[in-house]
Design a protein around this ligand. Structure first.
Ligand SMILES: Nc1nc(=O)c2c([nH]1)NC[C@@H]1CN(c3ccc(C(=O)N[C@@H](CCC(=O)O)C(=O)O)cc3)C=[N+]21
Length: 284
């Protein structure tokens, strides 16, 4: 079998065009969706992601501003900034780019962002609402993955979804969203024994390991859907995922590429959450 490639970039463009119309409608009602992005330090990868987010906002008619802070900023100063943004009614969404310098406690920062402005969906209140299947801001990468599956009408109900990776931003929440869609979910991670025994059972395999070529064709079931969440920068500057795409695409039914797979969908869901934040909590 040769897999159908799920083009995340094309789906992202389509969804952004729809959102553009929604944003225009909101503006007619006097609501101007606004995202504030906070970037601490000068990590080149973070800078490039943040640029991507700002560009996507512009294209959709969402206004955004970037607050760049030196690595030397204290946790106290960053918390004070977030509290100011929480109070600012012109700011609908707040995104603090991760990772933060090690002297700042990430969890403190995440918990200080008001849940009504938590467009990343990382606040414990957002996570709790997600677990309870309530209306909330969903974390962007998991939300983007489920949206990709739905766009191709790939069934989740009763299917075995195997997640490799258990981070708070991808692995854990994507498993939860798939569970909410009635999948049977297995979490695998660095301490899992005989990983292949699990991956070969997967109808839907989500790979969020952070290592190139972690998964090959011989790890997957014929006809599976393979979602590659990896973003690995190679020495030549090119991007690659966690899956050996060339071999896996001969065995899977659906597969996502890197680049132009999950990444553009992550940003698109951030836009969606920002619009939701601007529309206001009464709908939450
Ligand atoms: N608070 C916070 N929220 C995040 O959502 C967040 C974060 N911190 N820290 C870092 C990760 C990473 N992330 C990506 C988003 C889009 C692409 C993306 O669009 N990638 C393009 C390629 C872009 C390129 O060429 O560099 C693609 O895969 O086609 C990648 C990575 C969001 N993150």
């Amino acid at each position: 079998m040769t897999a159908e490639i799920i083009n995340g970039k094309a789906l992202a463009d389509e969804l952004r065009n729809e959102m553009k119309v929604e944003v225009e409608e909101l503006k007619k009602q006097g609501i101007y969706p606004h995202l504030t992005v906070v970037l601490v330090g000068d990590n080149p990868a973070s800078k490039s992601y943040v640029n991507g987010k700002e560009k996507a906002c512009r294209e959709t008619g969402i206004s955004s501003d970037l607050i760049e802070l030196p690595t030397s900023i204290t946790e106290e100063e960053l918390l004070a900034l977030i509290e100011r943004l929480n109070q600012d009614s012109a700011v609908h969404g707040i995104l603090v780019q991760l990772p933060l310098p090690t002297h700042i406690r990430e969890q403190q920062i995440i918990e200080t962002i008001h849940p009504n402005k938590d467009v990343d969906g990382f606040h414990p209140i957002s996570i709790g609402r997600m677990m309870a299947g309530m209306n909330t801001f969903l974390p962007c990468t998991p939300f983007g993955i489920v949206t990709m599956l739905q766009s191709k009408h790939i069934p989740m109900e009763g299917k075995h979804a195997v997640i490799i990776g258990r981070s708070n931003i991808v692995g854990k929440p994507v498993g939860q969203l798939l569970l909410n869609e009635n999948a049977t979910v297995t979490y695998c991670h660095s301490r899992t024994k005989d990983l292949q025994q699990f991956t070969k059972q997967a109808d839907i395999l989500i790979v969020a390991v952070g290592k190139p070529n972690a998964i090959h064709a011989n790890d997957i079931k014929e006809g599976a859907t393979v979602i590659d969440v990896g973003i690995n920068r190679l020495e030549d500057g090119s991007l690659t995922g966690d899956v050996d795409f060339e071999s896996a695409k001969e065995k899977a039914a659906f597969i996502t590429p890197v680049p132009r797979g999950v990444g553009p969908m992550t940003i698109t869901m951030l836009l969606k959450n920002t619009i939701k934040a601007a529309e206001g909590l009464e709908k939450l």
